[in-house]
Design a binder for this molecule. Structure first.
Ligand code: KIV
Length: 312
């Protein structure tokens, strides 16, 4: 049992290859608290679509955050403030279809949680679309209290908050908590949010030492992005991890350049089409000789051209 009386994980069943039923454990906040207590790291990535989610499940990821980073990474938006509830609902449904054991947290986008009533109404929509929990940016105890009061599971998000920090980010200030006042604001904020019952906490782009103090002083599992190794878990934008984007970030390891792989693959496809190599014999459907002969006779009788003389 988790320390809030929750089962550490709940069984779910899925059909694997050959239609066989496999039972897996659906992860929940109690499971993540247990991991924190046992000093086991929590593995998190963003996902925005069904196929990626299925791959992340197979690779053993614990939790998906469907963040408003969908705006810049998938939808071609200028920044996070353009993302709407409709965008989040559409992507939530797609990701939820691929989830088996992973826990799914979905962002409340910009201006959808200005009041407690809006936050609760919009969070309910995300949960109805398949989210296990909602996430919102900022140290807003009233919003958290309203969501928790409605029985929702909630991840908070402090440090760099792209929904509210766009001006700073455009000035090149891409981290928070780097001076005494801002660090203490984050430490106190994390403790106040814990007092209001948050289930999980994202720490974005803050100094490793500050993330370490926050993590050591709350029971809530912390998930860091650009916040160093002392967080209870790590999250990255999946397209950054896989090297799909041209942009490179200091906090992202350089494992693979999927952009290069994709460009090379599409160039090869183009070259093979242009050279008449693709599709080859192994890619085509055949028709029996006698059926083809009948089709040819019918075409000739109807004045149609028949190109190939050689029956496949
Ligand atoms: O929008 C997002 O993807 C996020 C991540 C930093 C978790 O908030």
């Amino acid at each position: 049992m988790g320390d809030r009386g929750l089962p550490a994980a709940e069984p779910v069943s899925r059909r694997g290859a050959g239609g066989k039923k496999h039972s897996m454990m659906k992860k929940n906040p109690g499971y993540f608290r247990e991991k924190k207590k046992k000093n086991e790291k929590i593995v998190v990535l963003t996902s925005y679509d069904y196929p990626t989610t299925v791959i992340l499940e197979e690779a053993g990821v614990d939790m998906i955050i469907l963040g408003d980073s969908v705006g810049t990474n998938i939808l071609g938006y200028r920044d996070e403030t353009e993302v709407t509830m409709e965008d989040m609902l559409h992507h939530t449904r797609a990701v939820a279809r691929g989830i088996r054991s992973m826990y799914l947290v979905v962002d409340l986008p910009y201006r959808t949680h200005e009041t407690a009533a809006d936050a609760v109404a919009n969070a309910r929509k995300l949960v109805a679309a398949g989210a296990d929990a909602v996430k919102f940016e900022g140290i807003k105890e009233d919003i958290l209290a309203a969501l928790k009061g409605d029985g929702l599971e909630v991840m908070c998000h402090i440090g760099l908050n792209p929904q509210y920090d766009q001006d700073r980010m455009k000035r090149g200030e891409v981290s928070r908590g780097k001076d005494f006042e801002d660090a203490v604001r984050l430490l106190e904020g994390a403790r106040r949010l814990e007092g209001r019952g948050m289930d999980l906490l994202v720490l974005e782009k803050i100094p490793e030492r500050i993330a370490e103090i926050v993590t050591a002083n709350i029971a809530t599992p912390t998930i860091g992005i650009g916040a160093g190794k002392y967080c209870d878990g790590q999250v990255l934008i999946v397209t950054d991890l896989l090297g799909v984007n041209e942009r490179k970030f200091k906090h992202v390891p350089d494992y693979v350049d999927l952009r290069r792989v994709m460009i090379d693959t599409v160039r090869r496809y183009r070259a093979e089409i242009e050279a008449g190599v693709f599709p080859g014999r192994e890619h085509i459907n055949l028709i029996k000789h006698e059926e083809y002969e009948k089709v040819k006779d019918w075409c000739l009788a109807h004045g149609l051209k028949v190109q190939g003389d050689d029956a496949p």
